[in-house]
Design a protein around this ligand. Structure first.
Ligand SMILES: O=C(O)C(=O)C[C@]1(C(=O)O)C=C[C@@H](O)C=C1
Length: 360
């Protein structure tokens, strides 16, 4: 005879108790690992080990849980275990509810110490001064291109990139009321205003576009003024008790933002090869004909793929540029190391920004 609801729930309760005991056993082991690491002064966060744990469990999984569920659940379990070893302080562009916060939680799990900052400059400063262990910053959007301030800060900062992730960014129009009537101003970060300009032109052509320091800050301000609307995430809407007056208003339905996870080299060394890695560099070449073309020769010669090539003005007034390059692979692979060495010999300026596993 099939079990009834009460019986099934009793069994779920019993399974939960077993799970709780096992999770606490795991947490106690992580505590011991934390003591070892403290004694030797080594890093708590070990992304390669976490990737290995998830990979092994996905291989062992016989269902009915899906592989993606296994990854999500264990990311959170390890986030909680890591926090027992030592709280990981993560800086991002705040306030609560920004996509940067969402990216930080997606990468580190939710058991982190949140350090919301007012600007990208403050995120970099926080992570380089030791106020935060890590920073999470957007570097590129699929509609609007590079986030120029983040690239400029990477050039001069002592931080290196240790990870990346990409988020599907859905922007909503949020305000005190659910209608579009009587909106005088739309507040958002300039990137979000740009990503929704088609929709704004069509539906709110006469509303003023007002740039603010973050989308969540726009939401906070819109919560205090019935004539203002904000462009922000659903999360920001619930944070400030706003209605979704219009949903998914970004001009590109598949609008994605790529985030970089940065820290001081002494906080976390460059991750070891994961099998699917990327090297980010910033370089400049002498201002002479063919110099940029020459850069590509060592990559072709050693069979290394370039996945990104961006330029930023060097601000010398001489029409000189810095080139931000991503290549596939890891410097522990001989053909990648050889390509990097040849590239370096051609450059007037060369800075390795980081080596890290390619994000999802
Ligand atoms: O294996 C370790 O080094 C641990 O600290 C344990 C653990 C885990 O919970 O499995 C926690 C944090 C690290 O980022 C990696 C793994």
């Amino acid at each position: 005879m099939a079990k009834d609801l009460a019986q099934l729930r009793t069994e779920i309760d019993a399974a939960d108790r077993e799970l709780l005991a096992l999770l606490n056993r795991r947490a106690a082991l992580a505590n011991e690992v934390g003591e070892l690491k403290r004694a030797e002064g080594s890093t708590v966060f070990r992304p390669e080990r976490e990737a290995e744990v998830i990979h092994n469990l996905q291989e062992a999984n016989r269902g009915p849980l899906k592989a993606g569920n296994v990854a999500t659940i264990w990311r959170e379990i390890m986030s909680a275990c890591r926090a027992l070893e030592a709280p990981q302080r993560v800086a991002y562009l705040g306030p609560a509810g920004t996509f940067s916060e969402q990216a930080a939680v997606q990468f580190f799990g939710s058991s982190i110490e949140h350090i919301p900052c007012v600007s990208f400059d403050e995120v970099f400063h926080s992570a380089s001064s030791g106020n935060a262990d890590y920073g999470v910053v957007p570097v590129e959007n699929s509609t609007e291109g590079v986030v120029t301030r983040s690239l400029d800060l990477l050039l001069t900062s002592p931080l290196h990139i240790v990870g990346e992730l990409s988020l599907l960014v859905r922007h909503h129009l949020l305000r005190q009321s659910p209608s579009l009537d009587g909106i005088e101003a739309v507040l958002a970060h300039p990137q979000a205003l740009a990503q929704c300009q088609g929709w704004l032109g069509k539906h709110l052509p006469n509303a003023e576009r007002r740039a603010v320091s973050s989308n969540a800050e726009g939401a906070r301000l819109a919560a205090g003024n019935p004539a203002w609307a904000a462009i922000a995430s659903e999360r920001a809407g619930s944070e400030f008790g706003l209605h979704l007056a219009a949903q998914a208003i970004q001009d590109d339905a598949f609008n994605r933002t790529r985030f970089a996870v940065v820290c001081l080299p002494q906080t976390l060394e460059a991750p070891q090869a994961s099998g699917k890695d990327c090297v980010s560099l910033v370089i400049s070449v002498p201002n002479r004909p063919g110099a940029v073309h020459d850069l590509l020769v060592p990559l072709k010669h050693h069979g290394v793929s370039m996945t990104r090539f961006e330029s930023r003005p060097a601000r010398s007034g001489q029409w000189e540029y810095y080139f931000y390059i991503d290549i596939e692979g890891h410097p522990s692979q001989p053909h990648v190391a050889a390509a990097l060495a040849d590239l370096r010999s051609l450059c007037a300026f060369y800075k390795l920004l980081g080596t890290y596993p390619v994000g999802e």
